[in-house]
Design a protein around this ligand. Structure first.
Ligand code: SAM
Length: 290
């Protein structure tokens, strides 16, 4: 029988913070969850069961970790703040299926971790993310082809909306395209600031990114497509042509860029922000033949 999670109530969190004289570090984006309803919703959104190995990014004092450990077969939690390690030893002592790693997740070899923890089979990633690392960690998980089934994360509400955004909207950008190329994003719940201690300045949302199992958009050179995408969003208000010409990552002549835009069936003065993923793929295919 597994121990039930007991750390979700605000009074329990405050008790632990006081017991250890813990001081929040703003630079680490520390906003701890204190709402049992939200904690339950995250675990449900991630559809975790006994078969799953979960990687948690930033366990804090172990609140969400307890819920994950209760539901999953195995949890591996990566925490940067060494002051939290003795606290985690205490709060997670009731679960023998949790491993805590004291590391910066951005410097960790995640592929190796998945190999060690789950024999290379896909894991589920779950986190109340420190908001300052949202884009870098998601890009790392997506672009480096880390084996994962889904990523269920609390992020800033605006960032969640960007991940789901459609072409031509103000939220649409390189992050929307990367997320939608590799996964199917779905906002699962909106979370107000009063569900955290200390309260963040912004609204939050839980978003689930489920790895695409269908044939994702066919493109000959994935890396080239993402270089084109980054170039197109460098200067949002400029045309695609200008973006391509000004990018440090690309070295096409004006004539080549004009020819490729035409060959991909796009109007000469089109803006990058209007292009769908399929259109970026078509453009990349034209360039890769040049
Ligand atoms: N999971 C806890 C919760 O929900 O109450 C804490 C979430 S808090 C928003 C983010 C956590 O990520 C903090 O514990 C913070 O120290 C940790 N963190 C920040 N940057 C990190 C990094 N680069 N690598 C690993 N953990 C990090």
């Amino acid at each position: 029988m597994k121990t039930r999670p007991w750390l979700g109530e605000p009074s329990r969190t405050i008790e632990i913070l006081q017991k250890y004289g813990f001081r929040f570090q703003k630079k680490y984006g520390q906003n701890f969850l204190i709402d049992t309803g939200v904690l339950d919703r995250i675990v449900r959104a991630a559809e975790i069961d006994e078969e799953d190995t979960v990687m948690e990014i930033g366990p804090g004092i172990g609140t969400l970790t307890q819920y994950l450990a209760y539901a999953a077969g195995k949890v591996c939690a990566v925490e940067i703040d060494r002051n939290l390690i003795p606290i985690l030893e205490d709060t997670l002592s009731g679960w023998d299926n949790v491993t805590v790693i004291n590391e910066d997740v951005l410097k960790l070899d995640i592929e190796k971790l998945v190999q060690e923890q789950n024999g290379g089979r896909p894991i589920k990633v779950v986190a109340n993310l420190p908001y300052y690392i949202t884009t870098p960690i998601l890009m790392e998980l997506l672009e480096k082809n880390i084996p994962f089934e889904s990523i269920t994360v609390m992020v800033q509400k605006e960032v969640a909306e960007r991940m789901q955004a459609e072409p031509g909207t103000k939220d649409y950008g390189a992050l929307s395209l990367a997320v939608q190329y590799y996964t199917v994003p779905e906002i699962m719940t909106i979370v107000p600031p009063n569900c955290f201690i200390p309260r963040p300045q912004v609204g939050s949302a839980v978003i689930r990114l489920t790895r695409r199992t269908d044939n994702k958009i066919a493109v000959k050179d994935e890396k080239l497509m993402f270089r084109l995408i980054r170039a197109s969003f460098l200067q949002r208000r400029k045309t695609l042509m200008n973006g391509l010409r000004n990018s440090q990552e690309l070295s096409y002549t004006k004539e080549q860029a004009e020819a490729a835009i035409a060959a991909a069936g796009l109007p000469a003065g089109v803006r990058g922000e209007k292009l769908s993923l399929e259109q970026f793929a078509a453009l990349a295919d034209v360039f890769s033949e040049m």
